[in-house]
Design a protein around this ligand. Structure first.
Ligand code: NAP
Length: 329
């Protein structure tokens, strides 16, 4: 596994990371044993960057990660990044954001206990809390860095103005944001700004929640993604046409559409770290092969023609969730 730095002069991490969210039932049922085996297989393959959030399964995701790491994996051989701020009730419903300084410190204390570690490598508010100036949120993270409980500051789904304000308080190592063939929004303003500031990107949704793979051509009954605009009937048919065009290129290269989509994100620059989002070892293996692909200029042109920027039908989130995205303002 190649390595890169998270941001200019930042910590060395693997060229791709593993996103653990799906292991806590976000996209349907998950099997804990397979999830743990997937985390361990990723580490065995050289992945060091592991992405979780305290609200993924209300702590379940962090406990799972602790179980995976417990069996003989040195703490300093992995880079654990944790999102906080998303508030959920006992039924799992999202009930808002809280990124106040007190919540930063309290959430971190619970996270450290669940993970069974003394520090997290990167701590990041999942969304901008509209009631709390970003300076206050990142100021509290900076205090936790000074105290040794956190190593680096990250942000998630934030726009240029907020990123600059945060960076002025404490250097931001990485921005986590959705980026894929079907979600190119960051190319306009956010990517140039983070590159200017030397901030890395951990890219999520690189398969547009699985849409850029043959696996979700048909969603199982009850799959929560059916609510996402891109999977709704009126848009899904159009998006499957884009997928079919990508599959035609993939077939010719004897790879899968998912592999092309992942290789495309990786080809955007060493400062962009794709987060592989799977809870299964077979799909992890498929994704890892994608990192070995080199896309020629002809390949990239063909991919662009198959899935042009802005060709996707439907927003990446439901309207109420888009409204919470500072990155979309
Ligand atoms: N900061 C944020 O706001 C934010 C938001 C969302 C996610 N994230 C992070 O980013 C990570 C990745 O996000 P994501 O899960 O939405 O990304 P994604 O890679 O676009 O989608 C993952 C989905 O695709 C499926 N999939 C993966 N490989 C596949 C294949 N080869 N064929 C068919 N289906 C396949 C997965 O199912 P299986 O698991 O069954 O393979 C899963 O349902 C998350 O785990 C989380 O850590 C961050």
């Amino acid at each position: 596994m190649e390595t890169t730095t998270l941001g200019r002069g930042g910590p060395v991490v693997s060229r791709a990371g593993l996103g653990l969210m799906g292991m806590s039932g976000i996209y349907g049922q998950a099997d804990d044993q397979e999830s743990i085996a997937t985390i361990r297989a990723a580490i065995d393959a050289g992945i060091t960057l592991l992405d979780t959030g305290d609200f993924y399964g209300m702590g379940h995701n962090e406990l799972l990660l602790r179980d995976a790491l417990r069996r003989g994996i040195a703490r300093d051989s992995v880079f654990i990044q944790v999102k906080f701020g998303g508030q959920r009730d006992p039924s799992g419903a999202f009930v808002g954001q809280d990124a106040s300084p007190a919540m930063v410190k309290s959430s971190l204390a619970y996270t450290l206990t669940r993970l069974g570690t003394d520090y997290v490598d990167l701590y990041q508010p999942a969304r901008l809390d509209p009631r709390v100036p970003i300076e206050d949120t990142v100021g509290a993270v900076a205090e936790m860095i000074a105290a040794g409980y956190v190593r680096y500051l990250g942000l998630s789904e934030m726009g240029v103005g907020t990123i600059r304000r945060a960076h002025a308080v404490h250097p931001v190592a990485a921005l986590q944001i959705e980026y894929s063939l079907m979600s190119r929004g960051i190319e306009r303003k956010i990517l140039p700004a983070v590159r200017e500031l030397g901030i890395g990107v951990t890219a999520y949704g690189i398969l547009s929640r699985g849409l850029l793979s043959s696996g979700t051509a048909r969603l199982a009954a009850g799959d929560p993604r059916a609510r996402f605009p891109r999977f709704r009937a009126e848009n899904h048919a159009r998006n499957l046409e884009l997928l079919a065009a990508l599959e035609a290129i993939a077939d010719a290269k004897e790879v899968t559409a998912a592999q092309l989509a992942i290789a495309w994100v990786a080809s955007r620059g060493d400062d962009i770290i794709p987060l592989i989002g799977t809870k299964r070892r077979d799909r992890l293996a498929e994704a890892l092969h994608a990192l070995d692909l080199t896309l020629s200029a002809d390949d990239l042109a063909a991919i662009e023609a198959a899935v042009p920027a802005d060709a996707v039908a439907g927003d990446r989130y439901e309207a109420a969730q888009v409204a919470m995205l500072d990155s979309e303002r």
